[in-house]
Design a binder for this molecule. Structure first.
Ligand code: ADP
Length: 169
């Protein structure tokens, strides 16, 4: 049956974003052009020990994407397919940098497909400029006072400086 109005095309880009890098930003910018709405969703993963809290990661994402009107920042602590259902989203966006990413991402996408075959995962290839870039690399450089200005949005650079200036427990 034909629908009177087209359904908005909503995609979710889930991840840890601890913190958001220019590699993530490149994917966010490109994906936001392909959908009516892109929800960047921070996974509240209790098993990982993050540098930034979920709230901090959301704030940094919000500040870095404020120029993109169809990008929403959120967090979730649930199965991704349940969260997608709740948000009425049908597409998962993930980025791929390498063969290692591909193997992990294939397993993840297949699992999500098994849980809900309506959900589609779309992969975006990294911008070659950022193919080596990860949040872990950024944290390692920042922790030794290295220059991360080419690797992260300026808000994140400031937040990293502030974080590492504080005495570590
Ligand atoms: P996760 O813990 O879910 O892997 P990340 O924040 O590390 O969370 O990554 C989220 C997504 O962004 C993943 O699909 C990852 O492959 C992708 N990604 C991370 N860095 C880059 C990059 N430099 N270029 C393209 N995609 C990237």
């Amino acid at each position: 049956m034909e629908q009177p109005f087209p359904t908005p095309r909503v995609a979710v880009y889930p991840g840890s974003f601890d913190p958001v890098t220019k590699g993530h930003m490149d994917i966010i910018q490109r994906a936001s052009r392909q959908f009516d709405k892109l929800i960047v969703a921070v996974l509240n993963n209790l098993s990982k020990k993050p540098l930034f809290t979920v709230e901090e990661r959301k704030e940094l994402l919000a500040a870095s994407t404020s120029h993109l009107p169809n990008v929403e920042i959120d967090s979730f602590r649930d199965l991704l397919v349940n969260y997608m259902d709740y948000k009425q989203a049908h597409v998962i966006v993930r980025g791929i940098r390498s063969v290692t990413d591909f193997e992990y991402e294939l397993q993840l996408a297949s699992t999500n497909h098994k849980l809900n075959s309506e959900v589609e995962t779309i992969f975006m290839m990294t911008n070659p400029k950022y193919s080596y870039l990860s949040s872990s690399v950024v944290k390692e450089i920042a922790c030794f006072n290295g220059d991360v200005s080419d690797l992260v949005p300026s808000e994140v650079e400031q937040a990293l400086i502030a974080k590492y200036q504080k005495p570590q427990g």
